[in-house]
Structures are given as structure tokens and as C-alpha cells.
Design a protein around this ligand. Structure first.
Ligand code: HEM
Length: 474
């Protein structure tokens, strides 16, 4: 890549507004994004002009260019106010992606404001980062316990052999339970918030209203924890930065809830899928007991954040075969960059059991997923995946992999469902599950020593309706 620092684009080099653009979000992209990236790369090189719901955007496709954009914060800005088309009022009215980018929170801060927010996250998340602190240890134990309880509930509902959707009946409820624990949600707020996050992630007709309610609930949670601090992320964020208003903390919590549920959930299911579809190197690392490596390999093939959040050029800059103008919008595509990396290919990345940490699934540069969040999410994913293969002797996809339904948006690529036929291991303790709680049951699932455990059991019984009641028809 040629980079001409501080040079202005030469007269006559095309502006994105003057180029024909191919809309990205098509049914072909839904089914097979890889072939779309390849075609764009063949036509345009490492950077391609595309249309996103009627707005022209530069899609960055090659590994080297994606890394360059992610790393260089002086050239590639996050604050939406740098976007020229927005400043000049040229965006279509109600462009659906704009509202999210207008929300002022860490992901869209630059410079000092961003560095201060990162410091707040760093100290607030540190207690949960590993199992060496009481909070970290308790959270780890809770994740494993919730996973076991969900599999026990599955055994009670559907038998020790049967069919399940590992997205709706395992991954999603697991992460919602983890969210209430990590965020310190009181029961009266937790249940409804979790139901609304479920509706939001489901993307059904009530998703818009549910999103607004969930986001308002985060502000109430912030106010609650300001008044009654506990050993949870919300309280620790306030401890790190007492100047955070309830509204600002609510916005941060909401963004974290999306990462913790949607993105982490996709990483769990994408990893399970790579194992189930028989990806040889992924399976090899799993049988070698290298589960962290299994997750890395799956992230390389199928990163949960497929295309990173937008960046805006601070000045004219040459990228790939084009000149990107100051104020242009770019979307760095991690999925395309991984495809490029695998093609450069180097069979040692794909074939060996040596680490594949070159993946960009956690991002890179100053906005990379904070290290404590990476540790935390990595622990959740490895526990969730590990418990499935510990309890099940058999798990087979009930649909051919190329017929699985995907949710392909401008940012995230995740499965809508992960249907499997399973058989529980003879040795699995969940073969003899304790009775499953139903809504209104007086008897708890098991004696629960901590308030938070009783809370999780209550939540589990509320979630049961969503997990086994209306089986979705996506
Ligand atoms: C498997 C799960 C996760 C993945 C794959 C992931 C991935 C990412 C990526 C790619 C970014 C950078 C986005 C960009 O540069 O455009 C990011 C940022 C971030 N993530 Fe994660 N994340 C995960 C889980 C989490 C969790 C569980 C939390 C918190 C509880 C979290 C908190 C954050 C925060 C606060 C940022 C913003 C950092 C900044 O802008 O400086 N993430 N994450």
C-alpha cells in the first residue's frame, strides 16, 4: 500500500460519490459473503466502493489495509462528526445506521476523551479479568454452573437424547444470565431487561420498542447501583469514574450488553458450528484439549464482528487503488481480511496446531476490545463450548451447513439458529436433573446460598418460556 502522508488527492482521482457502487446487503451476501468480498477484490483491489442502504462507503478488504485503518487513529477517526456527508446533510432521511452512531459512548470517542474512558474500563473490569480475585472466581464458577443448569433443563424438557437449538436454548439464555450477574441487575429490573434484550436480539417486530426499553433500563440500573453499590461491573465503573452520569453509564452498559450477548453469543455458536461441520483443524485443536486455540481458529474462519464500526478519514489518504477524501466513511472488513490472510495462506496458519492469534476478531489498535473484556469473553466462550462437548457424546447438525440461516448485517454475522441432534453422555451429571422450575414455582431448583444464585434460578424459570415455548420459525 502506498501511503502519501498529508498529500491531497490529485485532481481527477475519482470521488466515491462519482463511482458506481454495488449494494453490499443482498441475498448473495446473506448466503455467501466470501464470494462477494472476492468479487469486489477482483474488481477494485484492496478497497472497494459499496452501497450501504443507499449510502456510498469504502469497504476495506485486505488484511494489511484493514490493520492500517484500525491502528492509525490520527488518520482514521471514530467520531461521526468527522463524516462529511452527514455534516453536509446529504444522508437519506432516517438512514437506519445513523442513530446508533450518534450515541456518544466510548466506541465513538477520539483522543483524550477516549483514553480516559479506556482507563475507566480498564480498572472497572480488572476484578473480572481472571480467576485470581473473588469476583473473577465467582463469575467463572457462575458461568460453568449456568451452562450445566441449562443443559440439565434441556434434559428435563427434551430428554437425554433429542433435538435442540443451541442458539435459542443454550447460548442466548446463558449470556443473559451472565449479563444480570456481571452487571449486578436486581431481580425487579433484571427479568424485564433480559426479556427485552432477547426480543432485541431476536430482531422480531417488537425489537425496536424492546431496544428502547432495554436502553432505558440500563439508565435505571446505573441509578440503582449508584445508590446501592455491589461487586459488579456497574458499581466498579462508577467507582472508577464517579463523574459518569446515569445516562452516560447507561449508554456504556447498553453497548457492553450488546457485546456480551450478541457478539459473544455469535462467537460461541460460530465456534460450535466449526466443530460440528467438521473443520479438521478446529476439531484437531479441540481433541488436543486446546480449546482457546479452537476458538481462535473458528474466529479466523468466521469472526463474529464481520465488519468493524465505521471510521472517518481525517485527511485525504491513498488506500488500495483509490484516494479516500477527508471526511469519507470507511468500513474495515475483518471477515474479508481473514479471507485474504487465509489465501496468502500459508498453510502453516491453517494446518498446524500453532496459534492463529493473527486474527482480528477482537479488533486492533486503540479501539481494540479492552484486554480485560477479551479475557472475560474468551473465558465465557471456552466454558460455553467446553461444557457442550463435555456433556454431549453426540451432537450433529440437523441441517446441511450451507442451509443454516444467517443474520448478515453491515457489522455482525451470526447464526439465527443452530439446530442439533444430541445425546447426553452416560457420565453427565445432568442426566439426572433436579426438577426444572416453572413460572410461579415455590420450590427453587436447588438450595441457593447466594442472593445472586436465587436470582439466576428465578431468571432461568422466566427464560424457560422463551426457550421452550415459542420455537421460532426463522
Ligand atoms: C467474543 C466476544 C467479543 C468480541 C469478538 C469483541 C470484539 C470487539 C471488537 C472487534 C471491538 C472493536 C470494534 C472496533 O474497533 O470497531 C471491541 C470493542 C469493545 N469491546 Fe469487545 N468483544 C467481545 C466481548 C466484549 C465484552 C464481553 C465486553 C464487555 C463486557 C466488551 C467490551 C468492549 C468495549 C468497551 C469496546 C470498545 C473499546 C473502544 O472503543 O475503545 N467486549 N470488541
Amino acid at each position: 500500500m502506498e501511503s502519501h502522508a498529508f498529500a491531497a488527492a490529485p485532481a481527477g482521482s475519482p470521488r466515491i460519490e462519482s463511482l458506481p457502487v454495488e449494494p453490499l446487503l443482498t441475498s448473495e451476501f446473506d448466503a455467501d459473503p466470501g464470494s462477494v468480498y472476492q468479487r469486489l477484490r477482483r474488481t477494485h483491489g484492496p478497497v472497494a466502493p459499496i452501497g450501504l442502504m443507499g449510502v456510498p462507503v469504502w469497504l476495506v478488504l485486505d488484511y494489511r489495509e484493514v490493520l492500517e485503518v484500525l491502528r492509525s487513529e490520527s488518520v482514521w477517526r471514530r467520531d461521526v462528526r468527522h463524516w462529511r456527508a452527514r455534516a453536509e446533510g446529504r444522508l437519506p432521511k432516517d438512514w437506519p445506521l445513523l442513530a446508533g452512531y450518534e450515541v456518544r459512548q466510548t466506541m465513538f470517542f477520539d483522543d483524550d476523551e477516549h483514553r480516559a474512558a479506556r482507563r475507566t474500563y480498564h480498572s472497572a473490569m480488572r476484578p473480572f479479568q481472571d480467576g485470581h480475585t473473588p469476583e473473577g472466581w465467582e463469575l467463572r464458577a457462575a458461568v460453568a454452573r449456568y451452562a450445566d443448569e441449562l443443559i440439565a433443563m434441556l434434559a428435563a424438557e427434551s430428554g437425554t437424547t433429542g433435538f435442540t437449538d443451541l442458539m435459542a436454548q443454550y447460548t442466548r439464555p446463558l449470556l443473559l444470565m451472565v449479563t444480570t450477574k456481571l452487571f449486578g441487575c436486581p431481580v425487579e429490573l433484571g427479568d424485564e431487561m433480559v426479556m427485552d434484550l432477547w426480543r432485541m436480539l431476536d430482531g422480531g417486530p417488537d425489537a425496536g420498542a424492546a431496544t428502547a426499553r432495554a436502553s432505558a433500563a440500563m439508565t435505571r440500573l446505573a441509578a440503582h447501583r449508584r445508590a446501592m453499590p455491589g461487586d459488579d461491573l456497574t458499581s466498579y465503573l462508577l467507582l472508577s469514574d464517579p463523574t459518569l452520569s446515569d445516562e452516560q453509564l447507561g449508554r456504556e452498559l447498553f453497548m457492553n450488553a450488546v457485546y456480551l450477548n450478541d457478539i459473544t453469543g455469535n462467537m460461541v455458536c460460530n465456534t460450535l458450528l466449526e466443530v460440528l461441520r467438521g473443520n479438521a483443524t478446529v476439531r484437531r485443536s479441540l481433541s488436543a484439549g486446546m480449546i482457546g486455540e479452537t476458538v481462535n481458529r473458528a474466529a479466523l474462519v468466521s469472526p463474529p464482528v464481520a465488519n468493524m464500526c465505521f471510521r472517518f478519514a481525517a485527511r485525504d489518504v491513498r488506500l488500495g487503488n483509490y484516494w479516500v477524501r477527508a471526511g469519507d466513511i470507511v468500513s474495515p472488513s475483518v471477515a474479508a481480511a481473514h479471507q485474504d490472510l487465509l489465501a496468502i495462506g500459508t498453510s502453516h496458519i491453517v494446518d498446524s496446531t500453532i496459534s492463529t492469534r493473527a486474527h482480528l476478531a477482537w479488533g486492533a489498535g486503540p479501539h481494540q476490545c479492552p484486554s480485560a473484556a477479551r479475557e472475560l469473553a474468551g473465558m465465557i466462550v471456552t466454558t460455553a463450548v467446553g461444557r457442550v462437548f463435555e456433556h454431549f457424546t453426540k451432537a450433529e447438525l440437523t441441517l446441511p451447513p450451507d442451509q443454516l440461516p444467517w443474520r448478515s448485517g453491515p457489522v455482525v454475522r451470526g447464526l439465527r439458529l443452530l439446530p442439533v441432534r444430541y445425546e447426553l453422555s452416560d457420565r453427565s451429571p445432568v442426566r439426572r436433573p433436579v426438577p426444572v422450575p416453572r413460572r410461579g414455582d415455590v420450590v427453587a431448583l436447588a438450595p441457593a446460598p447466594h442472593t445472586s444464585d436465587r436470582q439466576a434460578h428465578g431468571l432461568l424459570s422466566a427464560l424457560r418460556r422463551l426457550m421452550f415455548g415459542a420455537r421460532r420459525s426463522h
